[in-house]
Design a protein around this ligand. Sequence first.
Ligand code: C2O
Ligand code: CU
Ligand code: CU
Length: 493
Amino acid sequence: MKRRSVFSLAALTGVSAVLGACSSEQQSPGGASAFTNRLRIPPLAKPETGKDGVKTFALALEAGGRSEFLPGKSTDTWGINGAYLGPTVRAARGDKVRMKVTNRLPETSTLHWHGMRLPARMDGGPHQMIEPGTTWTPEWTIDQAGMTSWFHPHLHEKTAMHVYRGLAGLFLIDDPSDPRLPDRYGVDDVPLIIQDKTFSSDGQFSTGRVDEGTYGLLGDTILVNGTYDPFLDVTTELVRFRLLNASNARVYRVGFADNRQFHVVGNDAGPLEKPVAVDRVKISPGERYEIVVRFAAGETVVMDSKGEDEKSANDIEEEDFRLLKIVATAKPAASPALPATLGGTATVAPAAGVRVRTFSLSGSEINDKDMDMNRIDEVVPAGALEIWEIDNTTFAHNFHIHEVAFRVLDVDGVAPAAYQAGPKDTVFVPKKAKVRLAVQFGGYTDPLSPYMFHCHILRHEDKGMMGQFVIVTPGTEEQVPRVLAAMAGHHHG
Ligand code: C2O
Ligand code: CU
Ligand code: CU
């Protein structure tokens, strides 16, 4: 047996018998799951639209939630407007949005809009701290491709624990000019937030390893939308799933137990040029893929994750998991045909002579430096198209850049698979690999408020595998202060 599967190890060593009473409920998702819990669909957040036309969404970060994941056991959780995870925010391109983020936690946090193009002071990164009992109210106009983005805390050195306890939610952007895909939320447009957890015997989230070891906690139990051992009834021929890997470190290769083909239609930051048929998508923390899957009348199929071969892989990408049982109705409703083109464009290699920046990853440092909140690492002229070269000298990482959309040009000189060639903001960086990105920066300038770039393995981010860049008016790069220390006490946003 090549793969280290939790289930097969348990079977071979008799571990499941040792676990005794709880083994039938707490079987590993790699094992013989019963799929007894209806998949939870995060509720849609309802905005208030004022006279000014701004859509205002209220989001409260809350501790003290109690969730029942494992049958009959209560887990202490954190959530946004609820006990665990958050509501789904949905808005359209061109909307003006205002987010009222209230911190009801016993500690400081932030809320970052991962994948959003907006002014840096609205970004919710480590500089936009929200003290307990206060409300932060960023606003911006949505001006980017239709996509699946998300939000989560980004407090310096504390992100892993805040996300692990349950603070995360989806932010869907609709572009009315995109070709029509299944879009009835919770019916044929279904979000799947994939997270790994480890439960202690009393049903609590184990947190001991979140801030330890090479990758932090690697859970043995999968939750999808905060549902343990879930099933989903589908009622249409085609279903669009929006996959988000909101795990702290694990990498999944999502597909189906029968190895059926399906189509990838979108990457992190927007649609592909045309649908790409695949039987697996690899998704690392922070990444999103939109897929469209066809179901036959009355069938049942399991969505699963297959690990990479352990010889080539790191331990974050080895395990097999079963994710979700899908049951199709006997008389599925007809779906609109999958469009031949999706509204995205093909990757165009940047012209020779564009600026190249190099980022060397080692241990948990970038260019031999730990994150420093007061240091500006890179100064980028507004609207620039640049090549960012990520040179990984050690074990697996990934790389996320705020504010931008990028294209993966190549990994060790090889172009990415067609399904990964769309607009992205986060990319897996295999061990010892060199990844080249063509990065398109936006136009909001602010020499004093940085955006972040970092590894989205949260243990690494918290250890300091993060840097800061500002976007400035072209021609002013040399005048930008590279140290923000003088700004200490100054309130960013
Ligand atoms: Cu999803 Cu800087 O993060
Ligand atoms: Cu981000
Ligand atoms: Cu990393």
